[in-house]
Design a binder for this molecule. Structure first.
Ligand code: FES
Ligand code: FE2
Length: 351
């Protein structure tokens, strides 16, 4: 059987519209997310708190998970082992987690510590009464987790070689930059749109002024895509050290996307983590979390007005959802110079 997406972009046709509209396909793709690493949090999200609920993961992989900061940082189940109540609603600052239903307590390591009215229960407690701990991966203050995750190595290697010089672990969570957008479109359409700079001159007039469109770059790697926005004259740029492969370039933004829905957007002011969370076949939630590195660049350049760029993107993505749902559209073709990132994503989605 030939591949759904031809590996040769010049011959390839784009993703069949059923991928954006068919509920069965949607569910099948989501089931596969159990095998991926997912962004959990930046460790600064814990500051002053002992546990934080990671709501986006419940929708991505069907598990309510908390990030717990005990003797070490863990991703653990938020589900009480008694009758299944959720332990943490939002966040908590205590050193033990107490279930609000019947009072069972757990340590920040997930071990069950106490339970009222259970003295007569035989063979209790056992490890079955402890909270489930999920695998975790740490990179420069970023925490990743998953159910049976694999395959993040190439992404971390790529980021280490490229932006490993940034002190990402010292970036500070800025709650005022949190955003949550609900969009009437399939999650993959939102990702498609993110993975090309082709639309920038048509859709984003201010961003287009901040970026040098002719020098916009896209690189693909195993598990993800990197886009590099080069600054227009006079716009803020990174001070890139000599050991970086990009030394000498006027980089305004590094846009990393990691399958399926993680966007790590690095600007001179810091990092915007954008999480694409599928809600249903034609509904998607996008969460923004901002981590500040250098305040003086806030509000400037390519990462200056993210709300405006987001609104412009949502308009085209929602309109495209209506288009691909029509009987007149089945699939299209790719630009070999501008849509290599979209092609790479579609190949991953259909392999
Ligand atoms: S469900 Fe948690 S103590 Fe009962
Ligand atoms: Fe855009």
């Amino acid at each position: 059987m030939s591949a759904i997406i031809d590996p040769d972009i010049r011959k390839a046709r784009t993703l069949p519209s059923a991928f954006y509209t068919d509920e069965g396909k949607f569910e099948q793709i989501l089931e596969g997310f159990a095998n991926n690493w997912h962004f959990a949090a930046h460790k600064s999200q814990l500051s002053g708190r002992s546990a934080v609920e990671l709501g986006h993961l419940e929708r991505m992989i069907g598990e309510s998970i908390v990030l717990a900061g005990g003797d070490e940082i863990r991703c653990m189940s938020n589900v009480c082992t008694h009758r299944g109540m959720l332990l943490v609603d939002g966040s908590c600052s205590n050193n033990t987690l107490q279930c609000p239903y019947h009072g069972r307590t757990f340590g920040l390591d997930g071990r069950m510590k106490s339970m009222p009215e259970f003295d007569q229960v035989e063979d209790f407690p056992t490890t079955q009464d402890d909270l489930r701990i999920f695998p975790s991966l740490f990179w420069k203050g970023l925490v990743f987790t998953g159910i049976k995750p694999s395959g993040m190595e190439a992404c971390l290697e790529e980021m280490e070689g490229r932006i490993g010089w940034m002190p990402i672990e010292t970036f500070d969570h800025d709650l005022s930059r949190n955003r949550c957008y609900d969009i009437r479109a399939n999650w993959a359409l939102y990702v498609d749109n993110y993975l090309e700079g082709f639309h920038i001159p048509f859709v984003h007039n201010d961003l287009n002024r901040a970026l040098d469109y002719d020098n916009y770059r896209t690189e693909i790697f195993d598990g993800g895509v990197l886009q590099i926005g080069i600054a227009s004259e006079g716009e803020p740029t990174f001070e890139i050290p000599e050991e970086s492969p990009d030394f000498g370039l006027n980089v305004a933004a590094y846009y990393y996307w990691i399958f399926p829905g993680l966007m790590l957007n690095f600007y001179p002011w810091g990092l915007s983590v954008n999480l694409v969370v599928p809600l249903s076949v034609d509904r998607t939630r996008v969460e923004y979390h901002g981590f500040v590195w250098d305040k003086k660049f806030l509000g400037k350049g390519a990462g200056g007005d993210l709300d405006k760029v987001e609104a412009e993107d949502q308009y085209v993505v929602e309109s495209t959802q209506r288009g691909v749902s029509s009987g007149s559209y089945e699939r299209g073709r790719y630009s070999p110079t501008k849509e290599t990132g979209v092609h790479h994503f579609h190949r991953m989605l259909t392999s």
